[in-house]
Design a protein around this ligand. Sequence first.
Ligand SMILES: C[S@@+](CC[C@H](N)C(=O)[O-])C[C@H]1O[C@@H](n2cnc3c(N)ncnc32)[C@H](O)[C@@H]1O
Length: 360
Amino acid sequence: MCITESKNYIDFSFTQDGSVGLYNRKVEDVYHSVFGALSEAEEKFAAPLNLSGNYLHKKNIKVLDICYGIGYNTKAFLKKILQTKYKGKVYIDILEYDKKLVTISPFIKDNLFKKYPEVSYILLANLLNEIIEDKAALKDILLKSDNKKFIEPFYRSLIKNKYFLRYSYNPLGQNNSFLHNIYYQCISQRNKRPLKRLKIHNFIIKPYFDDARNTIKSLNNKYDIIFLDAFTPAKLPTLWSYEFFKELYRLSDVNATLVTYSNSAAVRHAMLEAGFFAGKLFDKQHRHCGTIASPNNNLILNKLDEYDTGLIKTKAGIYYKDANLNLTAKEIIDLYNKEKSESNLQTPSQYIKKYKTEKL
Ligand SMILES: C[S@@+](CC[C@H](N)C(=O)[O-])C[C@H]1O[C@@H](n2cnc3c(N)ncnc32)[C@H](O)[C@@H]1O
C-alpha cells in the first residue's frame, strides 16, 4: 500500500480481484470492497439492473452516477451495455467533488482493460478536456514512482510521454489525434468484433465537480438508472438524507431504478418517505448486499418483508434530515442523535428479540 502525496489522505492498494481500491483516512472509510472493487460494482450496482427488461427498448438511456470516485460503477455499467446489442444513446452524468479521482479514472488498473479496452477509451474520449485541464492529477498521483504499479501498463508510457503532459495548450486537433492513436493501437487491434458496432459518439459522459447536493438541485433530467455510492451513512450522512432522496425522486423517470449498497433501515425509510418503493438486493451467495428503489413497485423483485418494514418503524429507521441540503455532516449527525435520544420508539434490539420470540 502506498500514499499519494498530493492527496495525502488517500491510500491505493490492490483488491482481491486485481482492481485498484482506495481508502480515505479523513473519513476513515473505504471507497471499495477489499474483496474486489470491480466485482463489487458488478455485483451490487450493474447486476441488479434489468437492462433488457426495462431499458434496452428505449432510444436513450440516462444514468446518474452519484459518487463516481474512480468510476467502477460506470465502468461496470459500460461493460454490461457493451455486451448487449444496444444501439441508442447512453448519457451518463457523473457527480463527484474530487476532480482528481475522475481525472485518473480511465488510467487505473481496473481488471477490465484486457477484455474491454473500450470502457476506458469511452471515459478517456469524454473526459479528455478535464484531464488536460488537470494534468497535475496525473503527474502528482499516477506518475509518483510508488503509484506506477496502479496504472494500466498500456497507458503508463502514453501518460508519461504524450504531448498533453508537456504542453499547456492543446489544440483540438492534437486531442483528436491522441485519441485516434489510442483507438488504433489498442482497440482496433484487439477487438475486431465489438469495434464494428461500437459508436463512441453514442456515449455522452458529463462530469459535475461539486457537492452532489448542489449539483442535483440544478439538474432537471429524468434518469433511468441512478447509482448511489456515498461513504457509509454513519460516517458521512450528507448524501443519505430524506431531502436528498426527495431530489432523487424528482429526477427519476417513472421506471427508474436506484441502486445502492446500503441495507440500512434509516436509508430505506428515507427512500420510502421520499416516494420510492424499495426492495432488497442479494449477492451470489444470497447475502443481503444493498437496496433497490423505484417509483414503480413492479420493478422491485424482492420486496421488503415483514421483518424489514418492522425494523423501519424502530429507532433504527430514524433517518437523516438536511432541510436545505446544506448542513455539515456534523450538523446532520447532531440533529439525528438528538431525535434518536428523544424518541420513544422501540430500539432495534428490543424489536429483534420480540420478533424472534413471536416467530419461534
Ligand atoms: C465510496 S466512494 C465511491 C467509490 C466510487 N463509486 C468508485 O467506483 O470509485 C465515495 C465517493 O463519493 C465522493 N463524495 C463524498 N461526498 C460527496 C459529495 N457530497 N458530493 C460529491 N461527491 C462526494 C468521494 O469523493 C468518493 O469518491
